[in-house]
Ligand binder design. Structure first.
Ligand SMILES: Nc1ncnc2c1ncn2[C@@H]1O[C@H](COP(=O)(O)OP(=O)(O)OP(=O)(O)O)[C@@H](O)[C@H]1O
Ligand SMILES: [Mg+2]
Length: 336
């Protein structure tokens, strides 16, 4: 059964621009210039129960807008949305009982009251019985290690502490579907790992379906077998993460640091016999060779380059997911 069923979903925002000056303002009274921005551009998507899907894309790609439509916060411009068998906008009250949402950028807890008071209010909102609350939340509180924070007001918590409480709050009614929009933003590595472990655990135990957006691809690698890649409102990839890694670049990267400035054309000249792409590194005089080939090809390329240019450092790396995604954004999905 599909937990999320989306067909040709679109969201357009209309923005009005003001003309300058008094005359402009006067003209604005009668006709206004407006622009239409298509934040989500006819996407179709299905998610099955128990899947953990990474929803990724650059800033402004339309991820949050999609999640807002899936959770009933925004009305779509056109298209169909079914989540947990319901239309999120039409069956609002029943619908919210079946989902959990965390927006990393925003809090759903009350700022001035103690965390446990917020929890208690949410428990009422979601009509959770004392019994269910006690058994389920005891475990959540333990796993996320938020016991000592419960009597503190939210405003006194650190970001990582608050985030763990937000996650717990989203789970009070043990929803079968969880939307997480950047739940690990700004968190340190230890807290991130704790949250990842926790999400894995609830997915295993309750078959909770999770749609996750994050800019930390390590989160995705740790949790999601499937990724959906969004670019300017359109889905450009939907499939297994390991397929993406395999199909995009099967190969390695060699980081060269040269003792002097080198042009890309010079490097291409000495590497014409190799299946290699050169990219400018982050440091001065650093160039990265992305090479498709075995270890033998790599060592031949290295000796060829070093024969013509003196280097100060060289390193061989596996191509990271981060790198793959960046390449896709730079060059398009069909390249490579
Ligand atoms: N309420 C709104 N009114 C007008 N434009 C909006 C509104 N919300 C979002 N947008 C625009 O829609 C586009 C998509 O925004 P969205 O927040 O969905 O991106 P995102 O993928 O979540 O990005 P990020 O990684 O930065 O969170 C952006 O160009 C944004 O400026
Ligand atoms: Mg966003």
């Amino acid at each position: 059964m599909n937990v999320i069923e989306v067909k040709d979903l679109r969201k357009e925002f209309t923005s009005y621009s003001s003309r300058s000056g008094l005359k402009g303002a006067f003209r604005d009274l009668f006709t206004r210039n407006y622009k239409i921005l298509r934040a989500v551009d006819d996407i179709s998507l299905q998610v099955k129960q128990g899947e953990m899907v990474g929803y990724i894309g650059e800033n402004g790609a339309g991820k949050s807008t999609t999640i807002k439509m899936l959770t009933g916060i925004l009305t779509p411009t056109s298209g169909e949305v079914m989540v947990n068998g319901m239309n999120p906008h039409k069956e609002r009250e029943k619908f919210v009982q079946t989902i959990g949402v965390v927006f990393g950028q925003r809090s759903q807890l009350w700022w001035d009251i103690a965390v446990q008071e917020s929890f208690r209010l949410l428990k009422k909102v979601y009509k959770v019985s004392d019994e269910d609350y006690d058994t389920h939340m005891k475990e959540v509180i333990e796993t996320l290690e938020i016991g000592p924070l419960l009597d503190k007001p939210v405003r006194k918590l650190s970001l990582g502490q608050r985030m763990r409480c937000e996650l717990a709050a989203a789970l009070i009614h043990n929803p079968p579907l969880l939307f997480l929009d950047e739940p690990t933003i700004g968190l340190d590595v230890l807290v991130k790992m704790k949250i990842r472990g926790f999400l894995k655990e609830i997915n295993r135990k309750y078959k909770t379906t999770i749609l996750l957006t994050t800019h930390d691809l390590a989160d995705i690698e740790a949790l999601c077998e499937r990724v959906v890649l969004l670019d300017e409102g359109s889905i450009i990839y939907d499939g297994r993460l390991d397929e993406l890694q395999k199909n995009w670049v099967e190969g390695k990267q060699v980081h060269f640091e040269f003792q002097h400035a080198v042009e890309k054309s010079q490097l291409e000249e000495v590497s014409t016999h190799f299946d290699v792409k050169w990219r400018c590194g982050e440091r001065e005089n650093q160039w990265i060779a992305m090479i498709d080939g075995d270890d033998d090809a790599i060592s031949k390329l290295m000796s060829q380059v070093m024969l013509h240019h003196s280097i100060s450092d060289v390193k061989i790396n596996r191509v990271s997911t981060e790198e793959i995604i960046r390449n896709i954004y730079e060059e398009g999905i069909n390249h490579g």
